[in-house]
Every structure is written in C-alpha cells, then in structure tokens.
Design a protein around this ligand. Structure first.
Ligand SMILES: [Zn+2]
Length: 205
C-alpha cells in the first residue's frame, strides 16, 4: 500500500537540493524510498532545477574543454552501484539497543548530525503507548513497519510525519504488530511526566 502522509513541498524541495541536515535527510529518504508519488515529485523538482541551470548565462570555454574533460574521465575507475535490496532497517548503522520497557527499545543511528540533534530508531510493541511529550524543535519521522495513531491520525509503514514545538502528542501503537519508526529530532524531547522524563534521559532522545 502506498503511503498516505507525505513531506510538505518545502521539505521535499530542501531534500532535492541536499539542504536538509543529514539525519533529517535520512528520514525523508526513507519515506521517498517507500513512496512512488514522492519519487515522481522529486524527479519533477530535480528537472526544474536542471531547467533553471539552462537559463543561466553562458560562459566562454577553452576550445579543447571537451577533450580535456574526456581525458580526465579516462583515468577514473567506475563501479556500477550494487543495489542493496534489504529493508532499510537492516541497512541502517544502528548502535546497541537500549531497552526502556518490555517491547520498547531505542537505537541511535550512527550518522553525522548536529550535537543537539538525535537520529534513532524506536521499536514499540503492540498495544503499548509512548510517553506524552512535546518537542523543542523539528521532528521528522518515517514509519518503517507497523503503525501508530496520535492526535494527527493513523500512520502506517512508509508514512512521514513532521512535528514542531507546537505539537504535544502521545503516539499509541495501532494494530497487533510492533511499530518501528526512524526519527530525527532537533533538540531534546520534553516528556510530560517523570516516568517519561526518566525514560527519555536513559534513551538519550
Ligand atoms: Zn510521499
């Protein structure tokens, strides 16, 4: 089934331009990988950037510029990329799991990110709620498997969600399958009760 929650156009445009922080780009990329509609939209955005390049004023080139370029390419070794078809969860460089409660674990993704940001995978078993919390800054999330429900609706595998400081929510796993999500957050999560605060401190999210 195709995802039904997508990144807004400004997020997709920033992703196409390579302008997102790497953790946030990873979360958008996880959605794009599972979303044919966003792949098409991304293709259109990239084509529009290409058209914009074509409108730039021309510049004078040396008469042998083409030959020089080809000569340089001769020395370059190329390798055809090998597509890794494993699910994204198996391809992510994950740190050791931190178990927070029965059925609930967090694992940081080993990827470059700003010191205050967090990039991690959260696994929550069926029927389990997460702590009610708010956000200090932006949060991007792509559901890798299973589904959850919160104040904004039901989010299934492939769906993308963006939150900001204005959103207070308590996601609850929907269905009878564990929900696994990839997150990038700017600043730390703010739990609404002490159990949540302890859990977040331990999980380092
Ligand atoms: Zn999409």
């Amino acid at each position: 089934m195709s995802p039904s929650h997508h990144p807004a156009d400004d997020i997709l445009t920033a992703y196409a331009a390579g302008a997102l922080e790497s953790g946030f780009g990873l979360v958008v990329g996880a959605h794009v990988e599972m979303c044919p509609a966003c792949r098409r939209r991304l293709g259109a955005l990239e084509a529009a950037s290409g058209d914009a390049l074509a409108d730039l004023p021309g510049a004078a080139l040396a008469a042998d510029a083409y030959a020089q370029t080809v000569a340089r390419l001769d020395g370059v070794e190329t390798h055809a990329p090998v597509a890794d078809r494993r699910p994204l969860l198996e391809r992510l460089p994950l740190s050791k799991k931190k178990w927070i409660a029965p059925g609930v674990w967090v694992s940081a993704v080993k990827t470059p990110h700003a010191a205050d940001d967090r990039v991690y995978v959260l696994h929550v078993g069926p029927g389990r709620p997460t702590a009610r919390h708010t956000h200090l800054g932006a949060e991007f999330c792509t559901v890798l498997s299973g589904s959850y429900r919160d104040e904004l609706g039901v989010f299934r595998a492939g769906d993308f969600a963006a939150a900001d400081g204005a959103l207070e929510h308590q996601p609850l796993v929907a269905g009878d399958e564990a929900c696994v999500c990839l997150f990038a957050t700017e600043g730390r999560l703010q739990a609404k009760d002490w159990v949540g605060r302890l859990a977040f401190a331990y999980a380092d999210v």
